[in-house]
Design a protein around this ligand. Sequence first.
Ligand SMILES: *Cc1c(COP(=O)(O)O)cnc(C)c1O
Length: 457
Amino acid sequence: MTENKIPYKIYLEESEMPQAWYNVRADMPTKPAPLLNPATGKPCAAADLEAVFCGELVKQELDNDTRYIPIPQEIRDFYKMYRPSPLVRAYCLEEKLGTPAKIYYKFEGNNTSGSHKLNSAIAQAYYAKNQGLKGVTTETGAGQWGTALAMACGYLGLDCKVYMVKCSYEQKPFRREVMRTYGASVTPSPSETTEVGRKILAENPGTTGSLGCAISEAVEAATTHEGYRYVLGSVLNQVLLHQSVIGMEAKAALDKYGVVPDTIIGCAGGGSNLGGLISPFMGEMLRGEREYKFIAVEPASCPSLTRGVFAYDFCDTGKVCPLAKMYTLGSGFIPSANHAGGLRYHGMSPVLSELYHEGLMEARSVEQTKVFEAAEYFARVEGILPAPESSHAIRVAIDEALRCRETGEEKTILFGLTGTGYFDLYAYQKFNDGQMDDYVPTDEEIAASVATLPKLG
Ligand SMILES: *Cc1c(COP(=O)(O)O)cnc(C)c1O
């Protein structure tokens, strides 16, 4: 068998990299519900969205039918600077766990921004540039998305205005400097530079901000500056589409060795990495070709799939964005300080929400100290210092592998390792000092937040 032994890392040749993104919506018998215009309650038409988003991205957002969308050559060239990303066979982890399970992970943290978000950032920046825009605006919470977008815009010579949640701006000064190095301007949110920011500051003078509030500011900045549009790093259909490169590369690498995963696991914040990772596999399942078990992992502190409701909700606190039908905790839900900043969003991708609603995907929530235990174990065994978000997937992959040890099942597990933890050492410090807690919202708190969902006729 040694000749056939699967290498520690399975790389693809450049020629084997995907030439088109895969749009899983094309294979979904029930499409994700359309975005609604908050003013009219009617499905958003392209014209509604084009005031805020780039034209080509609006097309991708609304396209439920085209199965493969070609990746423009310029984006493929950029991808080649940091892709294909390695697919790793976790031999060391398997041995350490003493499991008969075979574990693989797709590592997206090997670029300077440190996460998978660059896959969509370059696509969105490219379409903005192509449309002749001067620049784009966005929000960033933990900072990964802002960094990825700054890199993409720096490469294309596009202006980039980032509204960074104030507490992250203060806690993560080095992230801010990476963004500025790539040419982005970074404003702590809420700020005095927008009307919505001034309003929020007047109402809550000491506030350290939230993602929903930074989104409202970034949208206002886009619509009040000539030649600018707003871009978003997760949740939207277009972002899942761009992230399908993760799953397509993973599948191509596994196919080379005839490996078929049984269980595919990913962390879920807004759902983009998980959606991208599972897309081609989910496509096979939707077409009746194969069965897989998919598991979304979310923090117990922000459990939109496992404890939220499936309903139309606002995507932002300021309620300026379209309404999306998704699993949500309510747009006013303020998750307790969780160190996985990228998983603190109140809602979930409409595509994943629909798939979960139909029972095609499972979801689990995990507490953060359990997540950091898994992160540290993984770092020591596999060498990579994982991002806290990614470590949610590690936790459940380890749990599944341990279950296989009990049952003797030789399952093949694939999980998404979305990023590195270099900018999250404050969180590791809390964990190492034994000062991390596991806040889990009560049913009453969730019910109160869900009670404020918009009522639709
Ligand atoms: C943003 C982020 C996530 C969560 O976002 P999704 O859209 O759910 O993928 C996960 N991991 C890392 C490292 C991130 O930066």
